[in-house]
Structures are given as structure tokens and as C-alpha cells.
Design a protein around this ligand. Structure first.
Ligand code: DGY
Length: 320
């Protein structure tokens, strides 16, 4: 009997499908990951696992799991998994591209507008009973319409974000490893080098994945080059940003504000200086968090596990 480890609570309809493939061991918590020790124990005799980005898949895991054939990661990003080791151990790794693109882009736009229009601060002001009267510049924010928006990372999510911006009459710049001529033609996006993106954008939006090239890309020098009234948004991965540099940039008004859906350490430590900064809007990594999208992500994980266990192939394999 094949064993499938599921590290979070998922709806019964998906567990039913997995139970047709083998014996399922599920960690029944929605908000806390399966403890590492428990995961290492459960994975020992497992053939497949459905994990989230909270699980770090490294040498220790592969050594503990000699029968493992497939790791279905419930995320498009897979920086939590050592892909080379996976291939060396003949384990197929899969992700969930496409199904989360639109929801993540929608959250990106939501975060951009929330920061630009100080929506969270304004709501707190009302709920704390501070609202006395209408004021000419009360919570006066920054226009998105007519602004220059620089997108770092023009993958599927970057393009879906840019597509939404076309309705705001913005100038769209982008920087990416390679050019996307279709995005340039269809969205009017202009490819620029990283420095130009930083210098010319009113909004700098990171949608990139975490790689050795993007890690710490937004460092002190990067924030220094941005406009003093620029807004920085990150819906990619936390370690792309040097958070100390970001805190300094906000403190010294080198940039105006930021919106972060992703952080270097998740969950954020409660003594993190960003939490005390009014100019920082911080969300708990909810880019793809709509009911429909999360269902689709889990279904794709289940399909991938089924594909590997029954036919030796997955829909969305990421390793060679
Ligand atoms: C992803 O899929 O990589 C997201 O960050 C998780 O929602």
C-alpha cells in the first residue's frame, strides 16, 4: 500500500481522491505546519507527499525517505525544495503554476492601491475613534493613474499584474532575465535595465521568484536609487529584499511606503521593526488565497501525485 503524506488540512473531496491512490496521513491543522520531526517520521515509508512552502525539503528529508517518488508543492515557487537533490534521488517535484496567476495579480493590485491610498491606516483611524471631520489632505495618498510602474519579474504573475494596470492609464516598465516581446506589444510594457526601473518608477513592484540571482536584489543601493516618494510592493518572495535596508530606506524617507505580502522569515517576528512603521503594509503571504484558487492548487497537486503514481509522469514537473 502506497503512503501519501499531506502536511496540512485539506478539504475532504481531495483527501477522498488521494485515498483512492493509497493510505493518506494528513496533518489536520490549517494554520500550523506539520512539525519537522513528525514530517521526518511520516515520510520514512511514504511514496508521495503534498506539502506547502512551510516545509523545507533538503538532504535530511531525502535521506529519511527512500521510497519517495513525488513531492507536490502547493505553490508556484519551489525555493523551499532542493531540486538537484530531488533529481539525484529520482524524486519528481511539481508546483502549481497558472492556476494561481490571476488571484496573485489581483492581490498585487489590491496591495498597491491599499498602500497608495493609505486604506489600512485610514480604517484604523476610523475604528480607533479618531475621525473628527473631513480634511483637505486627510490620508491623501498617491495616484496610481498616470504613474510609472516598474515591474521586476515579467513571468505569468508580472504579466497578469501589468494587464490589470492597463486600465489605470499607467506607463509600464519592466525588468526581467529575458525580454517578453509579447508583453511589450500587448501591454505596452517597456523593457529597461534594473537601474532605470528603480530611478524612473513611482511604484516598484516585485513579482519575481527567489533564485540566486534575485536574492537580496533590493538592497541599500537599490532603495537609494528609487524616487523619494516611490512605493515598493513585494508579492514575489521575502529574501529578494534586504529588510534591514528597506527599514532604513523608510526611516530616512528614501522611499515613501511599502506593501509586502512576503517576508524573509514567515511568520514575521513580532519585534520586527517593519511592524512599527506606519508606512509599511504587511500581509501574511495571501497572494493566491481565494477559495477557488486554493481549490485549484490542491487539485493540481492531487493530479500530479496521481499522474506520478499511476503513469510515472506529472502535469507540472519542475525538476529534470
Ligand atoms: C506561490 O505559489 O509560490 C505563492 O507564493 C503561494 O501562494
Amino acid at each position: 500500500m502506497k503512503k501519501i503524506v499531506v502536511t496540512r488540512k485539506i478539504p475532504a473531496e481531495f483527501l477522498d481522491q488521494l485515498e483512492n491512490l493509497g493510505e493518506v496521513e494528513v496533518w489536520n491543522s490549517e494554520y500550523e505546519p506539520m512539525p519537522r520531526e513528525r514530517f521526518l517520521t511520516e515520510i520514512k515509508d511514504a511514496t508521495a507527499c503534498l506539502i506547502t512552502l512551510s516545509e523545507r525539503i533538503d538532504q535530511e528529508v531525502f535521506e529519511a525517505a527512500p521510497h519517495l517518488k513525488v513531492i507536490a508543492n502547493m505553490a508556484v515557487g519551489y525555493d523551499n525544495i532542493d531540486l538537484q537533490l530531488a533529481s539525484r534521488h529520482d524524486v519528481i517535484v511539481t508546483n502549481t503554476p497558472s492556476v494561481l496567476t490571476e488571484a496573485t495579480a489581483e492581490l498585487g493590485v489590491t496591495l498597491t492601491l491599499s498602500v497608495a491610498r493609505k486604506v489600512i491606516e485610514a480604517q484604523d483611524y476610523v475604528k480607533q475613534g479618531k475621525w473628527q471631520s473631513w480634511g483637505p489632505y486627510l490620508f491623501a495618498g498617491k495616484d496610481l493613474h498616470g504613474a510609472t510602474v516598474g515591474i521586476f519579474g515579467m513571468g505569468d504573475i508580472g504579466k497578469a499584474y501589468a494587464r490589470r494596470l492597463t486600465g489605470f492609464n499607467t506607463t509600464i516598465l519592466y525588468h526581467n532575465r529575458s525580454r517578453h516581446l509579447q508583453a511589450e506589444q500587448e501591454l505596452g510594457a517597456r523593457y529597461v535595465d534594473f537601474e532605470t526601473l528603480l530611478k524612473e518608477s513611482d511604484f516598484v513592484v516585485c513579482t519575481a521568484p527567489l533564485t540566486s540571482e534575485t536574492e537580496n536584489k533590493f538592497d541599500r543601493a537599490a532603495f537609494n536609487q528609487m524616487k523619494n516618494d516611490a512605493i515598493f510592493i513585494n508579492i514575489g518572495r521575502g529574501p529578494i529584499v534586504d529588510e534591514e535596508a528597506l527599514v532604513e530606506a523608510l526611516k530616512h524617507n528614501e522611499i515613501a511606503a511599502c506593501g509586502l505580502d512576503v517576508l524573509r522569515e514567515e511568520p514575521i517576528r513580532m519585534d520586527h521593526p517593519l511592524l512599527d512603521m506606519e508606512q509599511a503594509v504587511i500581509l501574511p503571504h495571501i497572494g493566491s488565497a481565494t477559495k477557488e484558487t486554493r481549490d485549484n492548487m490542491i487539485q493540481l497537486c492531487v493530479d500530479n501525485i496521481e499522474g506520478v503514481l499511476q503513469r510515472g509522469e506529472a502535469k507540472t514537473q519542475v525538476n529534470d
